[in-house]
Each structure stands twice: as structure tokens, then as C-alpha cells.
Design a protein around this ligand. Structure first.
Ligand code: ADP
Ligand code: MG
Length: 744
């Protein structure tokens, strides 16, 4: 700590020039333009605050740092030195088979003598600690001839250095009084001990940071103050302090994120008026419910009630409907669409692929049949995709403009300029993650109307996804969205049995094909999914299967069965023809790419074979598997794979183990980290440096609730100026920039 540590008497001036977080790093004593440039190039660090936010990756427990002359053989010690040289030799293992590889380094202390470090069967060690590396080694001290030696010690790489510059000394000094040693993301130029030194200089000179949260709030959430947290995250006196610091800084990251989201939500609500889509007791939505050939699940009924309440309110609905594959989202969507129609308005459903659009269109016709569809007095439903003929299109567009068409299902073709509505009341976006951000926003703009008080009106929006998003992520990414979860499958579904088969399990493919034939003789069908459309040279070398060649192969294997092929490069007509032959049962086997990932519903398909399954992500595998198990017959999913990474193996094991989409989403988040999930979607959202969504779920929830309370009560931060400043500081692009997230 400033002033009172054992470093008080070091070369640094007793009274360092005080610095603030917004100062450039050059404000620090001893930091010139050269260091400043290196900090900026390597890490984008420009200010003192940036340097403070360059958090350690971890802290190493070093134990007591010792001088070579003070150690005792047989006792543990930590020794710092520079690696001079490695030798590696292989010896037979005494009394056992195999050989032992011994890597031994000679390490020099500065200016003292050398000691030895040895590792066994860790041939990679020399590469991570090449000659010239300064490191701290902790382990039990042994004696070997005249040398002191550490066997397989813990090691902290302190970076590369030159003995001449006295760097080893400086590195040693940096360790001197700190038992929990921060290890920073570092470069050759800026090794971790140098960064530690810089941070320490900052902490010595830093004018106590004024907290943006008040004491009362800190108290209620059991948080340490910001100044202390910033010091402890770097140089904690002990582990509990480190944990407390992390907790506080994670809270800040998530709370500012949520405040921004809720703030923007309030803005949108103030600027935009919704349309009143009241559920009507005598309406067709209600009629649909009583005409169903099955009983809706409780989850569906709850969802419909929640959506009805949103649609009836005069603020725009902005709701995410999450439900695992087969949970019956389409029915809920159709109910909402009918509610809009019952109010004399139109409803549009946008889906990511043409195959899915066709499918949904058929489903809609089916569900609406009892109410009368596309006939006098019935609901008029149309389909619009890029393969709609010109004359059809003209007819449909005019129907939309006059209000004759009540519902439309389509692909992004719905977004085209010429598509205009008489009175668009509801937008449903299915599988929203497959759309680009702009596409998602686009459809909403198709309502061209102004409310009585002059605000623009926007339609209600219902976004659906069958890719379960871990709750932590949903609350963060969609912090300004209301979420409904269909957490119940319709009864009577038989669980899908999943097997994961590697090429080493001989004979299983043949047996499986026998089973495919068996099922086919009972009128049940099989999907075969491949990662590629066509063979390419590189992939053939790796033995990866393509849909085109697999189709040929299976035609030869099953000469007596019809084997169809569908992939994204076929014309719409060919795709539709293949799908129809499969749907009607004429074809027993459908070879496909991931074009069938979403929405396809063929209840008589009972086997899903996925080739090279390690090429797919968890959620894709889960979606693909969801294509079977949709009827009353027992269904099976087979994953063929020979993964090359442990992560790949874990993914496949997880999919084989559970069919719970939310559990899989959590595994996915753990295996891939939030970087990919979060980074890919983030648009203007502030960085999460410390927060780990799946680990910090409780903080995500707490901060979201807190942010809602603050904003509901004080939508413009009139009484919370410090909060406003902190939010603006973190949302660098400003809050308008992420308007793209608008429809989730
Ligand atoms: P999702 O889109 O959520 O994957 P779907 O809406 O496609 O699921 O529904 C899957 C299948 O289940 C459809 O054939 C649908 O008609 C049927 N279904 C929906 N709700 C129920 C229910 N409550 N009981 C029985 N079957 C249902
Ligand atoms: Mg669906």
C-alpha cells in the first residue's frame, strides 16, 4: 500500500506526483513517451485508468521468496533467476517400460550462483522458458552434486530480460513483498513484472478514486469501495480481498451494462408509441385455442397470456419467446398473430430460410383450417419468398397494401422496398439469431404510422428462438427485452436416444444401416446430415463427408430405397421437391446440410444421423437432433465423429448425455467462453473484462433488477449524475449506436 510497504525506502520519490484515472500514462513519474507508445501498441492503454483496467490474468501464490544462500535443503523455497540453458536427455525408466525425458535448466541468479531446475516428461517446458527468460520457481530444494536443484517446481514466467540491465534485480524487487503475485497479459517488451511495477507506481501515486456508487448501495450489496477494489484487484493482501475486489468490479461492469440497456429501453418507450392489440374474448385467437386437436401445455397458455397483456398495452411489445425444439412456439406465435388480426391489423412472420418459410406457411394453413382460411370470411394468409413468381408477388403486395391479406409468412424478401402494409400490427421473427442485425430491425419499420400525440407507432414484436440462450446471456444481451420461456414439452414425446460413435467402433455403421432399413420398412424415415455440400480437396484429405457424395454413396447402399438430397445450392424448386418427397414418405432417407437445422417438421422421421459431428457446435447439434422425436415413435440420433480436440469430445459427450437445451447452452457457454457468444453479437455494448456470465449469474440478475428500479424511478439520471457519467464512460460508442439491438 502507498507509503507504508517495505518499498517505502526504494528509489521512487517519497512523494510521487499525484495522478488521476483520466491522466495519460506519461503523467506517471518515470514513464516517458517510449513506454507510453509500447503500452498503447500492445494493449491499447493510454490513460492511468486503462492501465488500472489491465487486470491480472491470475495471481500466483509464491510463498516466501528467498536468496539462494538462505535456502535449506529439504525445505520449500521460491527462487528467481534467468534461464541460461536447457539440456534434455532420455533415460530408460527404472523397472518400468517406456523412457523418461528429463529437461534440465541452468538458472542464474543475479549476481549470485546458479541453480538447477528439472522437469520430467514435459518436453514443452524449454519452449515456454527459453534462455533469457526470467522466472520465479517454487518447490522443494534438493541437492545435486554441488548444485541446488528444484524438481518440477511451480513457475511464474516474469518475461525476458538481459542480465546486463540489472533486470533480474528489478524483477526480484517486484516480487519482494507480494505473496500473491499478479500475472498480467504481457509481451516480450512488457513482461508481467514490468507491468506489475507500473501498476504499483500508479497505486502509489493515485489520488483516491471517488466512488460512483453511494455507501448505502455498497452496503446493501456487500461491496467494497471502488478505490480499494482497484488496489486489491492488482495487489491483494490475501485471497478474500482479491475475491472482494473482483466482486465489486464485476458488479460495476454488469450494472453499467444493465443501466445502459434499461435507459435505452425507457427512451424507446418514450419516443415510440405501440399499437393496441387487445385480446378479444370473441376473437379468432380464442377460437383457435378451442379448435386445437390437442391440449396446449401450461407453458403455452402462460406464454399466450403474457403476450396478450403486452399486446394490449399501449407501449410496444418487445418480447423474446424462448423454447426448446418442439416446445410448440409456432402455436403461440399464431395465437399472437390472430390477436393482431382480431384487432383489424396485419401480422408478419419472418423466418431465415425458404424451406422454413414453406414449412411455417403449411403449419399456419393447418392450424387455421378450423377457422376457415383463404376463403370468404376466413383469415387470408400468404407466403412471400424470393421464389414467389412476379405475378403472385404483385397480387400479394397489393393485398398487403389494401389490407386484404391478414397474415404473411416470408423470408427476408419481406424486407424489400415494395413490401408495404395497410396496418402492420405484429412482427414475429423466428430464429432471430440467423438474421443480421439490420434485417431484424427492418421489418418493424414497415409500419408507417403516427399516433395521435405525434409519436411514431411501431408494431408489437415477438422474437422467437429455439436456440436456448443461457439465462445469464439472455439477461445481458437482451437486458431490454422481456423474456418468456416455454419450459415444457407437449406430452407424449418419447425421449430421443443419442449415441456418439467413433470410427474405432467397428461394425456399428453397418448395424445402424440395417436399422435404417428396418425402420424404412415400417414407414419411418432417416435424416443424414453432412457438414459440406460438395467435396473439396482439402476436406477429402481429412475424410470429411459432403452431402453430394454421401447421397451417391447411400443410393448405392440402399438401392431399394429412395434417397433424396437437399442443400443450399439447389434451386428452390428442387429443394421443395426433395422436401415434399420426404415429407410425404415417398423418400425414406434425406441427405442434407444444415439447411434442415430449423423448423422442419416430419413426424415420421425417427433417425437423425450426423456425419463428422465434431464439425458442428452444440446448439447446431441440438437443433438438428430436434428434427426427430416429433411423432409418437421412438427416435434416435447418431453422432459419427472423430474429434481432434478435447473440447470437441466434450461437446459430443454433452449432446449424447442430455436433451435439455438449456443445460447444453450452459455447457456451450462454459466450453466456448462468453467471448464468442457475446463478442459476435455485441454492438456497442461495453466490454466485460472480469465478469463471466455463467459464473456471475446472480450478479447479472441483481444488477438487472437494480437498473430497472433506478431507471423506472429516475429515467434521465436527474438524481444520479455519477451513474450517468459512469454509463456514458463505458458505452464508448454512446447509446444511440446500439439501437441495432432494438429487436433483439
Ligand atoms: P418449435 O417451433 O417450438 O420447435 P413447433 O411449434 O414446431 O415447435 O411444434 C412442434 C410440434 O408439436 C408441431 O407438430 C405442433 O403442432 C405440435 N404441438 C404444439 N403444441 C402442442 C401441444 N400442446 N400438444 C401436442 N402437440 C403440440
Ligand atoms: Mg419452430
Amino acid at each position: 500500500m502507498p507509503g507504508d510497504g517495505p518499498d517505502a525506502g526504494r528509489a521512487a520519490p517519497d512523494d510521487p506526483t499525484p495522478v488521476h484515472r483520466d491522466d495519460p500514462v506519461t503523467a506517471l513519474d518515470g514513464v516517458g513517451p517510449a513506454t507510453a507508445r509500447r503500452l498503447h501498441e500492445a494493449f491499447g492503454i493510454a490513460t492511468i485508468g486503462d492501465l488500472l483496467a489491465h487486470y491480472p490474468r491470475r495471481h500466483n501464490d509464491l510463498g516466501e521468496l528467498m536468496d539462494l544462500t538462505a535456502v535449506t535443503v529439504g525445505e520449500p523455497a521460491t527462487l528467481v533467476g534467468m534461464v541460461l540453458d536447457w539440456t534434455t536427455r532420455t533415460v530408460p525408466r527404472r523397472g518400468r517400460r517406456g523412457r523418461l525425458t528429463i529437461s534440465e535448466a541452468v538458472v542464474a541468479t543475479d549476481p549470485g550462483p546458479t541453480f538447477l531446475v528439472t522437469y520430467f516428461n514435459q518436453g514443452w517446458r524449454p519452449n515456454t522458458l527459453p534462455p533469457g527468460t526470467v522466472a520465479a520457481f517454487s518447490g522443494k530444494v534438493e541437492r545435486f552434486k554441488s548444485f541446488l536443484k528444484l524438481s518440477a517446481p511451480e513457475v511464474v514466467n516474469l518475461g525476458r530480460a538481459s542480465m546486463l540491465e540489472g533486470d533480474v534485480d528489478a524483477a526480484v524487487a517486484s516480487l519482494d513483498h507480494q505473496s500473491l503475485l499478479p500475472v498480467y497479459p504481457a509481451t516480450d517488451d512488457l513482461p508481467t513484472w514490468k507491468l506489475a511495477g507500473l501498476v504499483e507506481t500508479v497505486l502509489d501515486a493515485l489520488v483516491p478514486v471517488v466512488d460512483w456508487l453511494d455507501l448505502d448501495l455498497l452496503d446493501r450489496h456487500d461491496l467494497v469501495d471502488l478505490d480499494r477494489a482497484l488496489r486489491w484487484i492488482h495487489l491483494p493482501p490475501d485471497r478474500p480481498s482479491l475475491a472482494a475486489a473482483r466482486r465489486r468490479l464485476v458488479f460495476d461492469e454488469l450494472f453499467t451494462l444493465q443501466l445502459g440497456l434499461q435507459w435505452r429501453r425507457a427512451h424507446l418507450r418514450a419516443r415510440l408509441a405501440g399499437v393496441d392489440n387487445h385480446p378479444r374474448p370473441d376473437g379468432r385467437a380464442v377460437a383457435l385455442w378451442s379448435a386445437l386437436p390437442f391440449r396446449p401445455t401450461d407453458a403455452q397458455t402462460r406464454a399466450v397470456a403474457g403476450i396478450g397483456a403486452d399486446m394490449g398495452a399501449d407501449t410496444p411489445m418487445h418480447r423474446l419467446l424462448q423454447g426448446d425444439v418442439g416446445s410448440g412456439k409456432t402455436l403461440v406465435a399464431v395465437h399472437a398473430m390472430l390477436t393482431a388480426v382480431d384487432n383489424g391489423r396485419q401480422a408478419a412472420m419472418m423466418v431465415p430460410t425458404e424451406v422454413l418459410a414453406d414449412q411455417h406457411f403449411l403449419t399456419l394453413l393447418d392450424l387455421l383450417e378450423p377457422l376457415g382460411v383463404n376463403m370468404f370470411d376466413g383469415v387470408r394468409v400468404e407466403l412471400l419468398t424470393s421464389s414467389t413468381t412476379t405475378s403472385e408477388r404483385r397480387r400479394i403486395l397489393s393485398g398487403l397494401l389494401t389490407g386484404d391479406v391478414d397474415m404473411i409468412v416470408g423470408t427476408h424478401a419481406l424486407l424489400e422496398e415494395g413490401v408495404r402494409f395497410a396496418d402492420l400490427g405484429l412482427v414475429v421473427v423466428d430464429e432471430q439469431h440467423r438474421f443480421g442485425v439490420n434485417q431484424r430491425v427492418g421489418l418493424k419499420a414497415k409500419r408507417d404510422a403516427t399516433s395521435a400525440d405525434g409519436r411514431a407507432t411501431i408494431p408489437d414484436v415477438l422474437v422467437m428462438t429455439a436456440t436456448p440462450i443461457p439465462r445469464s446471456l439472455a439477461l445481458t444481451l437482451y437486458g431490454d427485452l422481456d423474456v418468456t420461456v416455454l419450459d415444457e414439452l407437449p406430452p407424449g414425446r418419447t425421449p430421443i436416444t443419442t449415441q456418439y460413435i467413433t470410427p474405432r467402433e467397428a461394425g456399428r455403421r453397418e448395424r445402424l444401416y440395417g436399422f435404417v432399413r428396418d425402420q424404412a420398412s415400417r414407414g419411418l424415415q432417416t435424416y443424414v446430415v453432412c457438414p459440406l455440400v460438395e467435396d473439396s480437396d482439402a476436406d477429402v484429405l481429412e475424410g470429411v463427408r459432403s452431402a453430394v457424395s454421401e447421397h451417391r454413396r447411400l443410393q448405392a447402399t440402399f438401392p431399394d430405397l429412395e434417397v433424396e438430397l437437399v442443400h443450399g445450392q439447389l434451386s428452390s424448386a428442387d429443394k421443395e421437391a426433395a422436401m415434399t418427397r420426404f415429407r410425404t414418405g415417398a423418400a425414406s432417407i434425406l441427405v442434407a446440410t444444415t439447411v434442415i437445422e430449423v423448423g422442419i417438421d416430419v413426424p415420421t422421421a425417427t433417425i437423425m444421423i450426423i456425419e463428422d459431428a465434431d464439425r458442428f457446435g452444440i446448439s447446431q447439434l441440438h437443433q438438428l437432433r430436434g428434427r426427430v422425436g416429433r411423432g409418437t415413435d421412438t427416435s434416435y440420433c447418431v453422432l459419427f465423429a472423430d474429434p481432434t480436440t478435447e473440447e470437441g469430445d466434450e461437446r459430443l459427450l454433452a449432446v449424447a448425455e442430455t436433451t435439455d437445451g438449456f443445460a447444453l447452452a450452459d455447457v456451450d457457454l462454459r466450453l466456448r467462453g462468453q467471448g464468442q457468444l457475446f463478442g459476435a453479437r455485441q454492438s456497442g455494448l461495453p466490454d466485460l473484462k472480469l465478469a463471466q456470465l455463467h459464473r456471475d449469474l446472480s450478479v447479472v440478475q441483481a444488477t438487472r433488477n437494480l437498473a430497472r428500479t433506478v431507471i423506472d424511478d429516475d429515467p434521465e439520471f436527474a438524481r444520479h449524475p455519477a451513474m450517468k457519467a459512469e454509463v456514458l464512460r463505458r458505452y464508448e460508442g454512446g447509446l444511440d449506436d446500439f439501437a441495432a439491438l432494438e429487436t433483439g
